[in-house]
Write a protein that binds this ligand. Structure first.
Ligand SMILES: C[S@@+](CC[C@H](N)C(=O)[O-])C[C@H]1O[C@@H](n2cnc3c(N)ncnc32)[C@H](O)[C@@H]1O
Length: 270
């Protein structure tokens, strides 16, 4: 999501497509794994940073119950607008805002969690310092960040094919640009977090076909869709054929295309 910044708004329909195609398959399972990994419990006050359409926040709200609270922040207006529609009972306090300058009091949360956010922050130190500020003393931080492109072969195949078609694939590869677990751990430690650990996890998601995977990215991948929309109809057809061939080894005749995502999950204490 290199280009979904304040100047590159995701409109609500793109947020809807993200929620419809990419949350059930990829972002939802990762968000839930992160909320479980950070040991979210009843009565916790949790903040979902870079919440997107709110998969982690909605899941956490079920766990913390009425004795706890969930807040969620994202700078993208379309994502927040769509997240609100998915939370008719208003169990989550949704905020449009920047995680490097958050509208919360010091020590307001027991847990801060962010799935696939950190790599998009130009000033990661500032973002981490804000996350530490809003955490209570000894509060817990969980951040999930994708491993390098070659550990995420389906996305890598789309990026390689885009480049072959003369399209800048930055939007597709940027989410995988901060994949070094040691750098991630060091960054957290340097930001003053304690008891830092980083574990690598891998998940398999299934899409009916490589073509369908590309269509989902084109509709709902906030930055990959901008890269893919640069292809004309023939270009897109040829890219689909090329990616289908590259990923043939990942096709299960019953389940479809296996999309592997690998990410580092960092845990730390304020
Ligand atoms: C890959 S999406 C992940 C969304 C969500 N965490 C999920 O797993 O479904 C990254 C999100 O981070 C948000 N984001 C990036 N930089 C941000 C910033 N500085 N402040 C707030 N949100 C930011 C984007 O708008 C986008 O919704």
């Amino acid at each position: 999501m290199a280009d979904n910044g304040k100047d590159g708004e995701i409109d609500t329909s793109a947020a809807e497509a993200f929620e419809k195609y990419l949350v059930p398959t990829i972002f939802g399972p990762w968000s839930e794994a992160m909320i479980d990994h950070v040991r979210t419990e009843e009565n916790h006050r949790l903040l979902d940073v870079g919440c997107g359409s709110g998969a982690a926040a909605r899941y956490a709200a079920q766990i913390v119950g009425t004795g706890g609270s969930v807040s969620a922040i994202d700078f993208n207006a379309g994502m927040i607008a769509h997240a609100r529609t998915l939370d008719p009972d208003r169990r989550v306090d949704w905020q449009q805002g920047d995680v490097t300058d958050m509208p919360y009091n010091d020590g307001a949360f027991d847990i801060v969690a962010g799935n696939q956010l950190l790599q998009f922050l130009p000033d990661k130190e500032k973002g981490l310092s804000e996350m530490k500020r809003v955490l209570v003393d000894k509060g817990r931080l969980a951040l999930t960040v994708y491993c390098a492109p070659h550990r995420n072969p389906a996305h890598a195949a789309v990026a390689t094919s885009l480049e072959k078609h003369g399209v800048d694939a930055k939007g597709v590869v940027h989410p995988f640009s901060f994949g070094d677990p040691v750098m991630l751990g060091d960054l957290l430690q340097d930001a003053g977090f304690k008891d830092v650990s980083v574990v690598r996890k891998q998940m398999d998601s299934y899409f009916p076909s490589a073509e369908n995977f590309i269509e989902c990215l084109a509709a709902g991948g906030p930055s990959s869709r901008h890269a893919l929309e640069q292809l004309d109809a023939d270009g897109l057809k040829s890219l689909k054929a090329e990616v289908t061939e590259t990923l043939a080894e990942f096709v299960d005749p019953k389940k479809g295309l296996r999309v592997i995502t690998a990410a580092n999950m960092a845990l730390a204490r304020a």
